[in-house]
Design a protein around this ligand. Structure first.
Ligand code: FAD
Length: 387
């Protein structure tokens, strides 16, 4: 604990993907301190994702942010990362005979924007993913545009880039109190006291708790647990060249992951903000669904985990100053898209937090500040989530 107060133009709470990307884009414009409760940034949801970039995934605001950030991922500044952030993967949405209407609806929705989209059946379906059970799965929708993301390289690229521009990461800095006075915000943490005119709340599943400490109106954030695990492929099947496979109802998926498969029941169980852990029942449900639709046998889990995907009622992120609470800025509600939207949200939040206009990349995609604002009408009924 230090006695001196450390000051910055911007204090960001939470060094997951949201806080790190905002810090990166803010650092050229003022001094930034990024406060993280854990010993390592990325311990919570950021370190637990499936690492996919699915351009067509999410509502209209999410898709706009995906597209706005894609050029950054494809062509990051020199020295940002040692390798590519995006690598081609492709995805195959599959349907049983009773699910063909849902697959047609998915096709109709994507056909106008997804280049190379292909309806596949029979031999082509099995060529794309040989472990499907042809007795069960009759048709698929192949989207070659979906990518794997190097989440670690991206997250640390943002943090390193922020530091290179003079910003500072402070870990073991659990924020325990926020007070606002005539000279701005004072933030009490386990690592000492910090002060700034602007506090950015990027605390992931804990964002409404930070809001409560600051005296902000809740945004009604609901953290939802999602389970994942990895398992070995059958002998003779190399997963690395295969697409991700998702059931059209999105009630399970598998994707290649460093020589193994990653599986998930795509669960969304409401949870308090916590260090989420996988439940045996969710793991068993995923194994059953995967083994029913494919010839894969999960056998032993190589690893298993759970993370919290945090949503507000309209499933768009919440980005902007809290009305009536000078200098308190929200960057929350990234849901299941916080990695793929991170470049778009990082540049958006950094612009709005310093009072600048939305970046051209974002405006071009049809998004406005009002779509993300904490006082947008769709969040009017927000309550603090109490379990
Ligand atoms: C199984 C799973 C699969 C997913 N797959 C994908 C995917 O393929 N693609 C995709 O784009 N997204 C995916 N997501 C979602 C994505 O991981 C999240 O949207 C993203 O990581 C959210 O980042 P964040 O920075 O908001 O949250 P976090 O990473 O949780 O960061 C918030 C940080 O705030 C800190 N904090 C909280 N309270 C305090 C406090 N009081 N003081 C200081 N620090 C505090 C926490 O310690 C934490 O480090 C997936 C999520 C899960 C769980």
């Amino acid at each position: 604990m230090t006695d001196t107060i450390q000051c910055a133009d911007f204090l960001i709470i939470g060094a997951g993907m949201a806080g790190a990307s905002c810090a990166y884009f803010l650092a050229p414009h003022g001094s930034v301190i990024l406060l993280e409760r854990e010993e390592q940034p990325g311990y919570h949801t950021t370190g637990r994702s499936a690492a996919l970039y699915i351009e067509s995934y999410g509502n209209a605001a999410i898709r706009a942010l995906n597209r706005a950030g894609k050029p950054f991922f494809q062509n990051p500044p020199e020295g940002f990362a040692d390798g590519p952030i995006l690598t081609p993967r492709g995805s195959l949405t599959i349907a049983e005979a009773s699910q063909l209407d849902a697959l047609d609806a998915a096709h109709n929705e994507l056909a106008a924007t997804a280049k190379g989209l292909e309806i596949v059946e029979g031999a082509r379906l099995l060529e794309l993913f040989p472990a499907l059970d042809p007795e069960k799965i009759v048709r698929g929708l192949y989207d070659p545009n979906d990518m794997d993301m190097d989440v670690h390289a991206l997250h640390w690229g943002f943090i390193r880039g922020m530091r290179d521009r003079g910003g500072k990461l402070v870990t073991d800095a659990d924020v325990q109190g926020l007070t606002h006075g005539s000279d701005g915000w004072k933030v009490e943490t386990r690592a000492g006291t910090f002060a700034s005119p602007v506090v950015i709340n990027a605390a992931g599943a804990w964002a409404d708790e930070i809001g409560k400490l600051a005296g902000a109106k809740p945004i009604g954030l609901v953290p939802k647990r999602r389970t994942a695990f990895t398992f070995d492929p059958p002998e003779g099947l190399d997963p690395d060249k295969l697409p991700a496979v998702v059931n059209v109802n999105e009630d399970w998926y598998v994707k290649p992951e460093a020589g193994r498969f990653l599986g998930s029941p795509a669960d969304e169980t409401p949870s308090m903000p916590t260090d989420a852990q996988p439940e045996d029942l969710d793991l068993a449900i995923a194994v059953d669904r995967i083994e029913t639709a494919t010839t894969l046998k999960v056998g032993r889990f190589h690893s298993r985990w759970a993370g919290l995907r945090s949503f507000v009622s309209d499933k768009s992120p919440v980005v902007g100053f809290e009305p009536g609470l000078d200098g308190f800025f929200w960057l929350a509600g990234q849901g299941g898209y916080g990695i793929q939207t991170s470049a778009g949200l990082g540049m958006t939040s950094a612009a709005l937090a310093r009072g600048a206009a939305l970046p051209d990349e974002v405006v071009r995609e049809g998004l406005s500040a009002a779509d993300l604002a904490p006082d947008r009408p769709t969040l009017a009924a927000a309550e603090y989530f109490a379990g």
